[in-house]
Design a protein around this ligand. Sequence first.
Ligand SMILES: Cc1cc2nc3c(=O)[nH]c(=O)nc-3n(C[C@H](O)[C@H](O)[C@H](O)COP(=O)(O)O)c2cc1C
Length: 321
Amino acid sequence: MIRRLDFAPLDGITRFVFRRVWARRFGGADRIFVPFFSPTHHRIVTQRDLREITRQGAEDLPLVPQVMTRLAPDFLWAAEVLEDMGYTEVNLNLGCPSGTVTAKGKGSGFLAHPEELDAFFDQVFSKVRLPVSVKTRLGYQSPEEFPRLLEIFDRYPIACLTIHARVRPEKYKGPLHLDVFAEALKNSKNPVCYNGDLNTVENVRALEDRFPDLEAAMLGRGAVADPALFRKLRGGPAAARAELQAFTQELYQAYQDFYGQTGTAAQRMREVWFYLIHLFRDPDRLNRPMRRFRTPGEYEAAEAAIFQELELMDHSVGVLA
Ligand SMILES: Cc1cc2nc3c(=O)[nH]c(=O)nc-3n(C[C@H](O)[C@H](O)[C@H](O)COP(=O)(O)O)c2cc1C
């Protein structure tokens, strides 16, 4: 049975402002992963990184910070900084499919260099004090790479191995390799968490039926598309229209306070609505103005029309890619 539900890191979306407002209004995740930060050669925590990983104003949130690097000394430095801030776990990003990241051998690009990855873990685990968890894919090019990768993961005490059941070229779309995930779950010496396309309560229940031994799952886009998804998974109610509207309005206001600009706040809201629109029936006609607005006023009108005219469903439908 799935006992633990994690909120996936979604860079650009589940940042500081979103996390705070979402947790206050809906919540229900056991842990909330902070989108990755990449240590620089200068080993300085930039203002932008600090805003993300600070615990001030987020003391009550169960945050897990994530680091993306292929250099063990940089990872160890970041783990120390995070430990000083009071974190109790640090996550390594081995999943990011972006070309600029993988070209540097980072994110899922690190999976293409198993020997280096082994040496990285060797150095990290000989010194690190914080528990280290890993978020990975099944391979760089092909899921056939996974047994070799698992051999490496198995040599180290990884606190949790979260597996997005795709390979790098598949990004976040298309069929998942559930058969390969099944092997990973069966053979991994470390605890495993499942990730990928859990967008409804039904999806999660079906996963539990298929993998009765699975103890943890991570949900990302589905929880932005349906902010009440974690709550529903715990037996709570679906989002009501007034509740959802209060959430988007508070979020928009919080972005305005944070950025000091309505334009940037509206841009951020466009990214949230990219997913949230799927909670409404037949949204195409009103999704167009939401995707194309140019001014905050146009954004506000697009949102008002959605709440006024579209039927709210109790779960999201459609592909959230
Ligand atoms: C816009 C976006 C940003 C993401 N940012 C991160 C990130 O910072 N770190 C990470 O490990 N994964 C990141 N991911 C991957 C998600 O954490 C997650 O693995 C993916 O969305 C699949 O899970 P889902 O189907 O539940 O959304 C991102 C995905 C998206 C779509």
